[in-house]
Design a protein around this ligand. Sequence first.
Ligand code: PHE
Length: 341
Amino acid sequence: MEKLDNILLNAKNEIDNANEKQSLNNVYQKYLGKDGIVTQELKHMKELSQDEKKTFGMEINRIKNEIFMLIKNREKDFERLKIEKQIESTQFVDLTVPSRERRGSLHPITILQEKLIDIFLSMGFTVEDGNEIETEYNNFEAVNIPKNHPARDMQDTFYLENGQVLKTHTSAAQNRIMRKYGAPLKAIFPGRCFRNEELDASHENTFFQIEGMMIDKDVSVANLIYFMKEMLTNVFGKEINVRLRPGFFPFVEPGFELDISCPYCDGKGCKVCKHSGWIELCPCGMIHPNVLKMGGIDPEKYQGFAFGLGFSRLAMMNYDITEIRLLNSGNIKALSQAKIK
Ligand code: PHE
């Protein structure tokens, strides 16, 4: 029995000292292999008396099992050590660990977009989606900008190899939405737009617009002014005056630039409105009969207005952001300083 205890003790030591698979395998062979020490001891069984066989048999089986378990456990240690080594050597970063430093928040553009969507939903508009990659037809032809029309120069964009374009304005979805719903129609469609712009503090190649369309019998400029004023009053939390100046866009007739009385100085003149009391905000107009026709709507029966609100600018005004490029920068430190009003 004492011999058996010693065998176990030695085996334990050797298992602990084995530090790679091969030496562990050797220990296995040495004790439990065909000619191993434990196996040899088992062979002595037949020389023993019946009683001795019983106690010795139980003991040697216990030792055999224990050595087997110790070897298996040591094997698992090796696996664990291997993984730990890998982690150490690859500068492992656990992306699932929650940050203790900063709670997340929505991007100013997202906050404003959700606010605008809520406002228009409450006025009975539906919210539609537009594609970022569009056909040239939808982006230009379908809104009355034929090939070689000079208005294409105002919206130079990025052409893909297959001839499609990154949409230059949310108006690119007008045709699809008219075809989908027909008249009457009241919809807004927010989206990301792209232009080949010279970048500066107020020009970006990627920016956000919300397009709005209302088509029905007897829709007039008065409806357009009403909805724009409602929207602005909600955004700024006070009544905002608007004025319309003529503006040219091939897809509206008449077309306008809608200005708002400066909400920061109430029209008295300040830095934001460059001391004019007015801020240019939103191009708009009555939808051109050609555009309605191409959308499958009879311009003899229906009229409508459309607007394209550039809300990257509105977000800058609303959150005191002076540099448009910041909006796409992913610069959390700067963006989190945007003052939410
Ligand atoms: N799509 C125009 C632009 O991005 C804006 C616009 C929309 C003008 C709807 C009139 C009506 O420049």
